[in-house]
Design a protein around this ligand. Structure first.
Ligand code: DGI
Ligand code: FE
Ligand code: FE
Ligand code: FE
Length: 184
């Protein structure tokens, strides 16, 4: 798909505010990619698609995930987690994205995981630190994002897991494994 058409298609699948978030994540991810010697094009593609499933109906998402034999454990956790694997499926099936590294960056952008690739870390960090994020502590994360990716990732996943625990909501195993991996 030509970039202009892709942008149009993305725009149609989400409210304007979310689309603006996607564009900011894309710029942030491209900048991180150029700082860290990752493919700028790969970062751009992964970032553009990362939230493509964010506004799918939960039931439609559930069916998609079941049809693709995704881990049923997902359904025992908050449906907010579903849009990441669903996004990877849609990017592949509807848009022909076939690079496994890009699909994994989409798939793990919400939870993270142990042993993340450079591209996975870039998308996770860009999603959390894009310029319009305004949760308490984001400025410190932005400072980390100027340094080594593993240290930025440790700060970001620690923030996420701490936040989830503060709200007393269940933490998905990939998030915990991500946290353990980066603090070890
Ligand atoms: O889609 P975005 O809003 O740009 O951001 P995201 O996909 O990174 O995160 C969406 C939400 O998912 C965010 O509010 C935090 C939440 N989340 C991340 N990891 C976990 C989680 N929620 C639960 N319950 N468990 C997790 O492990
Ligand atoms: Fe997301
Ligand atoms: Fe995120
Ligand atoms: Fe996002």
């Amino acid at each position: 798909m030509e970039p202009a058409n892709l942008i149009q298609e993305l725009q149609q699948r989400m409210p304007q505010q979310r689309f603006q978030h996607v564009l900011r994540v894309t710029e942030t991810a491209k900048s991180l990619a150029s700082m860290h010697g990752e493919s700028i094009e790969a970062a751009e593609t992964a970032a553009l698609f990362h939230d493509i499933a964010k506004f799918m109906e939960p039931e439609e998402m559930r069916e998609l995930l079941i049809a693709h034999q995704e881990n049923p454990l997902l359904f025992e956790f908050h449906k907010e987690l579903w849009h990441a694997p669903a996004g990877a499926i849609i990017a592949r099936e509807e848009f022909g994205v076939d690079r496994e590294d890009i699909l994994n960056a989409i798939r793990f952008h919400t939870t993270g995981r142990a042993n993340m690739s450079k591209l996975e870390m870039i998308i996770y960090i860009a999603d959390m630190t894009e310029p319009a994020r305004n949760f308490p502590g984001v400025d410190e994360l932005r400072l980390y994002a100027e340094g080594p990716l593993d240290q930025a990732m440790r700060a970001c996943i620690t923030h996420t897991v701490t936040h989830l625990i503060g709200k007393q909501v269940p933490v998905y195993p990939d998030s915990i494994e991500c946290y353990n991996y980066f603090v070890k």
